[in-house]
Design a protein around this ligand. Structure first.
Ligand SMILES: Nc1ncnc2c1ncn2[C@@H]1O[C@H](COP(=O)(O)OP(=O)(O)OP(=O)(O)O)[C@@H](O)[C@H]1O
Ligand SMILES: [Mg+2]
Length: 205
């Protein structure tokens, strides 16, 4: 049976000024798998993710991805700090055009937060904000998830919970692309691993 590739990039090049930050990046992610991207600070992981999600337009090359069924967490999630978590997610759903309050509540529960928490996000800890960012990425039940260092700021229990969550999403047939600096997360989670180095990408396993 042919294996479907849900996310792919072909020959991506991205410049900032005269500096190439992505140099001919080609790779693909098989549907229903978890793909990891590792690489040093500044190697181009986040820029690649921004090109995949449409936040940046590459100077050349091609991205193939179904943006209608995409959830993403790229660097720090931007929330309205004076609103509670649930209100933030509902607000983001409103921008997307279809509000499902129950789905927002469920996503908040799945990441270990409390939907009824009335505190504004400004009073959340870093790890709580990160959890809310993951909730935002999964709340519309997308087929593809692009997560840039999703474990940032999480305590051990948080890391364990999110690993379980990501594996359960994969088992439901979702496709995940995760950038991480944690060797352990990559070992445990990923079916395939790429490494970025100064804007180039190579398959590690
Ligand atoms: N908006 C921008 N303008 C100019 N240069 C940028 C911009 N965004 C990223 N860069 C540069 O692109 C390069 C790659 O950055 P990127 O954020 O993709 O690294 P990264 O692999 O995600 O690193 P980290 O592990 O620290 O998250 C860096 O040299 C960075 O300075
Ligand atoms: Mg980054």
């Amino acid at each position: 049976m042919e294996r479907k590739e849900t996310v792919s990039a072909e020959g991506l090049v991205k410049y900032f000024g005269s500096e190439p930050v992505l140099r001919n990046v080609s790779f693909s992610v098989e549907a229903g798998t978890i793909c990891g991207i590792i690489g040093r600070n500044g190697s181009g992981k986040s820029v690649l993710f921004k090109c995949l999600t449409g936040l940046y337009i590459p100077d050349s090359g091609k991205v193939r991805i179904d943006r209608d069924s995409l959830g993403a967490l790229i660097e720090e999630p931007g929330f309205l700090l004076h609103y509670p978590g649930l209100r933030n997610l509902v607000y983001l759903m409103e921008i997307g055009g279809k509000v499902r309050r129950d789905a927002a509540e469920e996503a908040i529960r799945l990441v270990g937060l409390e939907p009824g928490d009335r505190r504004p996000v400004r009073k959340y800890s870093m790890g709580m904000r990160q959890r809310l960012g993951i909730a935002q990425a999964i709340m519309e039940d997308p087929d593809i998830l692009i997560l840039d260092e999703p474990m940032n700021g999480l305590d051990n229990e948080g890391v364990r919970d999110m690993r379980e969550l990501f594996i359960s999403l994969k088992n439901k047939g979702k496709t995940l692309l995760i950038a991480s600096h944690s060797r352990e997360d990559i070992e445990i989670l990923c079916d395939r691993v790429y490494e970025m180095d100064k804007g180039r990408i190579a398959l590690v396993r």
